[in-house]
Design a protein around this ligand. Structure first.
Ligand code: GLU
Length: 424
């Protein structure tokens, strides 16, 4: 009987949640004991202190992390989050989900994630650049195009990826575009990467609505989170003819049963930075948004927003997890018992981002660049295949859709570990 001897390094609710999901999936596929803990726990992590000179001349030290969960199937892959509530445990959970996500959609990557405890809105552009460069500088020996490849996540963007790529390239003495993905196009970023996560979410929503025989032109959509993923999902779904009736960010939400003018909302956010006081509908709270009657509910912000407190109050037909880990395990059970909501689990639903990151990395390594149509066609083909395999697994074993997706992702990682053997 194997037993992990581990410390409380990653201890947090969200890490426990990811571990419980793993345990359930491992039980469901009878994963041998000898492989369980090896597959479950992060391979390694790095915590760094990041001193930044502030605009007023003072120095603030920020704390940053990178967790590499699995490197058995290729370099590890995953975003870097800048958020004031980042914890090492959260980063570890997110790294674990990246492993299952990359594996599920068949990418030659392991999973990783990074984070810095900072509210990026409180920094000047200069301070943000110094923080981003310092983070990469500290990670130089831990990261690389064949070791670990970061990308944007909550609170980071193309510009930050550009600074990080520049820092790494200066360190090694030549341009290394493949060290990060989600870069500006001018630095080797891929066509379609910025909108990829949202485009993928919207595409899968369209496909699942077809399965449910609901015309997308009759669908109403509520989206929590209006950052890159939330706003691109809204635009893509509106492009398919769905009506976006509610959007929100951390300052609150807007509800308009007639449909929100997305262009107006995007312009407003471009200038005001937040949705607060946007006059395109009635103000609502983030909590109320989740309980609105709608065809599709899209949590596109942070983890653990659908809990045992509100799971029984959801009034959607389809729950599309654009965020990572938005539904707690207790809420999952309630949703399963209800049986009236179809759930597209995060590792499938938001995988479009990392799929196009993979395309970006391939283009960087071969110095041969693709057009947008090629990117999007290849993205949708991968999502179709992943969706089909999840549906097959679900039917074959009578699993929930989340369990089907996780078992597929976990099995492939475990198989790779089994085949590689244990070193030495
Ligand atoms: N941060 C995104 C995610 O959670 C993208 C990761 C990537 O492109 O590497 O999937």
């Amino acid at each position: 009987m194997s037993k992990a001897i581990v410390s409380s390094l990653y201890d947090s609710e969200v890490f426990k949640m990811a571990c419980r999901q793993f345990d359930k999936a491992a039980d469901a596929i009878n994963l041998p004991d000898a492989l369980r803990d090896r597959t479950k726990y992060p391979r390694r992590c790095l915590a760094v202190a990041l001193p930044v000179k502030r605009a007023d001349g003072s120095v603030t030290v920020f704390e940053g992390y990178r967790v590499q969960h699995n490197l058995s199937t290729g370099p590890s892959k995953g975003g870097i989050r800048f958020h004031q509530h980042v914890t090492l445990g959260e980063v570890a959970a997110l790294a674990m989900w990246m492993s299952w996500k990359c594996s599920l959609v068949g990418l030659p990557y392991g999973g990783a994630k990074g984070g810095v405890i900072v509210d990026p809105n409180q920094l000047t552009e200069n301070e943000l650049e110094h923080l981003s460069r310092r983070y990469m500088q500290e990670m130089v020996n831990f990261i690389g195009p064949h070791t670990d490849v970061p990308a944007p996540d909550v609170g980071t963007n193309e510009k930050i990826m550009g600074w990080m790529m520049d820092t790494y390239s200066n360190h090694v003495g030549h341009v290394v575009p493949a060290v990060v993905t989600g870069k500006p196009i001018s630095l080797g970023g891929s066509q379609g990467r910025r909108e990829a996560t949202g485009a993928g979410v919207a595409y899968l929503v369209k496909k699942y609505l077809e399965d449910l025989k609901i015309p997308i032109t009759k669908a109403t959509v509520a989206i929590q989170g209006f950052g890159n993923v939330g706003s691109e999902t809204a635009l893509a779904l509106a492009g398919y003819g769905a009506k976006i009736i509610a959007i929100s960010d951390y300052t609150g939400g807007i509800h308009n049963p007639k449909g929100i003018d997305l262009k107006k909302a995007l312009t407003y956010v471009q200038y005001q930075k937040v949705l607060r006081d946007f006059d395109g509908g009635e103000p609502i709270s983030n909590e109320t948004l989740l309980e609105l009657k709608c065809t599709v509910l899209v949590p596109a912000a942070l983890e653990r927003v659908i809990t045992e407190k509100n799971a029984s109050k959801l009034r959607c037909r389809l729950l599309a997890e654009a965020a990572n880990g938005p539904t707690t395990n207790a809420a999952d059970r309630i949703i399963e018992d209800r049986g009236d909501i179809e759930l597209i689990p995060d590792v499938l639903c938001n995988s479009g981002g990392v799929v196009v990151s993979y395309f970006e990395w391939l283009q960087n390594l071969s110095s041969f660049y693709w057009g947008r149509d090629e990117v999007i066609t290849k993205l949708f083909a991968i999502l179709d295949k992943a969706k089909d395999s999840v549906e097959y697994q679900m039917r074959k074993f009578k699993f929930s859709r989340r369990l089907a997706a996780l078992t597929l992702g976990i099995q492939r990682v475990a198989d790779a570990k089994q085949s590689r053997g244990l070193f030495p």
